[in-house]
Design a binder for this molecule. Sequence first.
Ligand code: ADP
Ligand code: ADP
Length: 218
Amino acid sequence: MIEVNGLTKRYGAVTAVRDLTFAVRPGHVTGFLGPNGAGKSTTLRMILGLNRPTAGGATIDGRSFARHRAGLRHVGALLDAGDVHGGRTAAAHLYALARGNGLPRRRVADVLEEVGLAGVARRRIGGFSLGMRQRLGIAAALLGDPPVLLFDEPVNGLDPEGVRWIRGLFRRLAAEGRTVLVSSHLMSEMENTADHLVVIGRGELIAAESLAVFAARG
Ligand code: ADP
Ligand code: ADP
């Protein structure tokens, strides 16, 4: 469960996120919808403790990570798939993350298999397509087997088969009782994927309800 309470972030005169309050429940895929620049990434980074709120806060399963980064056992996140060291192999990248988080090495093979990258584990990330980088980012998010997962624009760069795969993955993670929050700027990506929606615009909450209710209101 993620609880966001009065979350606000100002950059000088710009208010990126304004007084956001919502909850994300376990056992569902919740879509985090809003146009580019709406404040989705800023919100996700604050939930993870990677960005300090100006006011308000967020908790993950009752714990606040406002002052330090959440560990991979608590929450897994796909943030910016481009943000990985291209000189490393996929396996080396994940081994380093596992070591840094005190996770067993065997998790690396498991998550590479899970995301369909087992065959390219020894290849350098620099040669990966955006879709492969997204899969690698998802592997990193799954590494700690966390109860809460955040994915920022995960569909970007995926081919149709990748989109189908990722939808199935999100649904399975939710069916396992995990909390799954997936951001997108496209309503069409949420259909057939999310059952709940948190919608923001210009940093403010527009709606937090089931996708069926939101869609019916038009
Ligand atoms: P989204 O993820 O929905 O595209 P962001 O959270 O990236 O939106 O950005 C929300 C707003 O905050 C935008 O106006 C963006 O320009 C601004 N912003 C984000 N990060 C910074 C920063 N480090 N410094 C100044 N402004 C920022
Ligand atoms: P760095 O070496 O840059 O300090 P790490 O190796 O610890 O970073 O993390 C690698 C990547 O994991 C970064 O892109 C970071 O944004 C991301 N990350 C940080 N915290 C989490 C988290 N709780 N869940 C998932 N990914 C995270």
